[in-house]
Design a protein around this ligand. Structure first.
Ligand code: PLP
Length: 226
């Protein structure tokens, strides 16, 4: 497990270096360690290395881990949200990054336990306009974001994207720049967003260049998934 400690430190070092390179304060970029398809022991090891935020994509797998891992973890749901999973997600997670329909958002708000703080939510945007991919189309984003902002038990924090893999920094930066523009335009209309969830193992430096505040890094922290 010392491998995980080393990897967490290495990602932190690269994150800070990228932030400085693009004129940003390293403290404004939060590492979300994506632990899907990784054992609870790996989460525990990263936690011991000071990591606090963990991302999961599958509810069943996540619930087992959430009940096993002990410590001050902030759990983020980053996978596709099906209607029959909203109750479990609303009860056991602090964040959901992958909301792309108002119907799902309403269920999450209705099912968030009343004694919990509002659930932090990002809207997933299909910036690259790919067919058969999740995420709301940019043209429909403002309507969805305004609808979510009015739900009592959700707190709309920002936007998320998951663009297809690209080689090369310039190509990688393009969809992140688009997400950033959509974020700025929602904020120009008073939505008060503070979160851009973008960048993974292969492209998080490009995402930091375009303003990412949460990078979602899996394999570069934990190694290959099981
Ligand atoms: C799996 C996953 C990641 C992490 O991907 P890596 O390439 O392993 O860093 C990030 N975001 C989402 C939405 C994912 O599903």
């Amino acid at each position: 497990m010392t491998q995980i400690t080393d990897s967490v430190e290495e990602i932190r070092r690269r994150t800070a270096a990228a932030a400085r390179r693009y004129g940003r304060d390293p403290a404004t970029v939060r590492l979300l360690a994506v632990s899907k398809q990784q054992p609870a022991e790996s989460v525990q090891a990263a936690l011991a290395a000071g990591q606090r935020d963990f991302g999961e994509s599958y509810l069943g797998e996540a619930l087992t881990k959430i009940s096993t891992v002990t410590g001050p973890v902030c759990w983020h749901f980053i996978g596709a949200v099906q209607s029959n999973k909203t109750r479990g997600i609303a009860a056991h997670f602090d964040w959901v990054h992958s909301v792309d329909r108002l119907k799902i958002a309403r269920r999450l708000s209705d099912q968030r336990p009343v004694d919990s703080k509002p659930l932090n939510v990002c809207v997933e945007v299909n910036v690259a306009g790919e067919i058969s991919k999740s995420g709301v189309a940019p043209a429909e984003l403002a309507t969805l974001a305004n609808g979510i902002a009015n739900l009592p038990q959700l707190r709309l924090r920002g936007l998320m994207c998951l663009p297809p893999p690209e080689q090369g920094l310039e190509q990688q930066r393009r969809p992140f720049a688009q997400l950033r523009q959509l974020f700025d335009s929602l904020n120009d209309h008073g939505l008060g967003l503070d979160t851009l969830s973008m960048g993974m193992s292969a492209d998080f430096e490009a995402a930091i260049a375009e303003g990412a505040t949460i990078i979602r890094v899996g394999t570069a922290v934990f190694g290959p998934r099981h």
